[in-house]
Design a protein. Structure first.
Length: 311
């Protein structure tokens, strides 16, 4: 299941305990997607939603706040190429309308505003995510966005700010979009909106990514070290060949001669391995010192055309 579908499913199942939050979440859904529709009996209230999770949440909130009464749930036409769903309250009574109005007032009387309370702010964010949000697969990238409109974007942005979650704002195809790109903020968002299973999954993916990154760093680092060892060994072998060609290895003292022969025989051995091969074994730094001496001796030999002549 796509991560986005999973998060929305969880947000849809999450019913806030407090009535203020239930009213606010429904109010935000109404502000974002609701409208009054003329019908034979008067006016119906309906919301049109582009995903089943949001439709399910609207249905549950209507049931929760209006009690037992018919709520119609059906498919509508396509919105922006995607199937949409409509949740409709046919001919609400005056009492029911009062409940719906008080829900709507939770997010401002006219235009949408952000609520005062933190609990209700979370409800607004849930509604925005359900109605307009999408979550990228966390294994691929940290990205959450909500496509909003001019009437709602400032209220939703302010609500995020009240929750201490930083969001960015951009425009895509003329539509304002809020987005989060930071893993910590996304984890905070999932935590605050009650999507705890999604949160666990997100954290797992993040840990796996972290481990993979540190392994990659380690491997790259080791490769760099291997490269360094190999190029040092190549320079040492060049020096040993030069000394051998010009004045013979036997011209070296026994200790330098020994390390020169060992290096020539074991081009890929580490300093530690060379140190253990000497007789008697010496320290790694002694081997390093002796190899450096060989390099210096070779360097001090007068140049004489091609050093590899005769090889
Ligand atoms: Zn509340």
């Amino acid at each position: 299941m796509a991560f986005s579908t999973q998060v929305k499913g969880e947000l849809a199942r999450y019913m806030p305990e407090k009535r203020c939050c239930q009213l606010t979440e429904l109010g935000a859904i109404l502000a974002l997607e609701g409208r009054g529709v003329r019908s034979e009996a008067g006016w119906d209230v309906e919301v049109t939603l582009t995903n089943t999770a949001a439709a399910r949440k609207a249905f549950l909130l209507f049931k929760q706040l209006l009690g037992p009464r018919p709520v119609q749930l059906g498919k509508a036409g396509k919105v922006a190429g995607r199937p949409s769903y409509v949740v409709r309250i046919p001919s609400p009574t005056e009492q029911e309308l009062e409940v719906l109005r008080s829900a709507r007032r939770q997010v401002g009387a006219g235009g949408m505003t952000s609520p005062e309370r933190v609990c209700c702010s979370r409800a607004v964010v849930r509604a925005a995510l359900l109605c307009r949000g999408s979550f990228a697969d966390p294994a691929r990238q940290n990205h959450v966005e909500m496509q909003l409109d001019e009437a709602s974007i400032s209220a939703v942005e302010g609500t995020f700010a009240r929750l201490g979650i930083t969001v960015g704002r951009m425009t895509r195809r003329g539509e304002p979009v809020l987005y989060l790109k930071d893993g910590d903020s996304i984890v905070d968002l999932l935590q605050q909106t009650g999507a705890h299973q999604a949160l666990l999954q997100y954290e797992n993916v993040r840990i796996a990514k972290d481990v993979r990154n540190s392994i990659n760093r380690l491997v790259n680092c080791e490769t760099a070290n291997v490269d360094k060892t190999v190029s040092a060994a190549i320079a040492q072998l060049d020096a040993i060949r030069k000394i051998d060609a010009r004045r013979g290895l036997q011209s070296l003292g026994p200790k330098l001669q020994e390390v020169a022969v060992l290096r020539a025989r074991h081009p890929y051995a580490t300093l530690q391995e060379l140190a253990e091969m000497t007789d008697p074994p010496v320290s790694r730094s002694t081997v390093r010192y002796r190899l450096a001496r060989l390099m210096k001796i070779a360097e001090d030999l007068p140049d004489r055309g091609s050093d590899s002549a005769g090889e």
